[in-house]
Design a protein. Structure first.
Length: 194
């Protein structure tokens, strides 16, 4: 398995090497390399499967994510849809929160999929929903991509997990302190209880 960001995906098109670096990519099965540090790019069919999901964040180059340019170098949309045939292509605009999920159809063309009533998309490869969330992270307030489990529970980022665990530990410590004070009020030394 390979999950990477800004990682070169390579293919040969009409004898020319084409490299695209999607903002996020998921490849379910890859051949191992001697050292993980050696891998700076990935060539489907030579090193494993084609990516199952490719994600692009809206760039300042207007429309680049939607480019169907066939001539060298081919546009991103054309590269993912026609050359690699990536099953799921996701485009996200963090400025306005627009999340577009496209799925490759049997006719070889991407089709826009609409979100559920919660504004989320089911991503079967992970057994999770993908959607947008507005809030603050890394000193930036705005829209972020987030994952939810099948039951609709938001999956926490690492920093959120640490904060939640710290809060839980603080509550437990406060509870233990209250219990110790209660015992002391009744003449029992909590430090002597086995």
């Amino acid at each position: 398995m390979l999950i990477a960001s800004n990682f070169g995906i390579c293919a040969t098109v009409n004898g020319e090497l084409v490299i695209k670096a999607p903002d996020w990519v998921y490849v379910p099965s890859v051949l191992p390399v001697e050292s993980r540090r050696d891998r700076k790019s990935y060539t489907p069919n030579l090193e494993g499967e084609i990516p199952t999901i490719v994600m692009e964040f809206w760039s300042e180059t207007d429309g680049e994510e939607y480019s169907i340019r066939r001539t060298f170098p081919p546009g991103k949309w054309f590269f993912y849809e026609q050359i690699l045939q990536v099953p799921t292509y996701i485009i996200f605009d963090p400025e306005c929160g627009l999340l577009e999920v496209y799925r490759l159809q049997q006719n070889g063309k991407y089709e826009l999929k609409f979100p559920d009533e919660e504004g989320r998309h089911w991503i079967a490869d992970f057994g999770l929903y993908l959607g947008t969330w507005r809030g603050e992270k890394e000193q930036r307030t705005g829209y972020w991509l987030r994952w939810w489990d099948e039951a609709g529970n938001l999956l926490l980022w690492g920093v959120e997990q640490i904060t939640a665990e710290r809060d839980r530990a603080d509550r437990e410590r406060q509870r233990a302190d209250r219990l110790a004070e209660y015992l002391r009020d009744r003449g029992i030394n909590p430090d002597e209880i086995i």
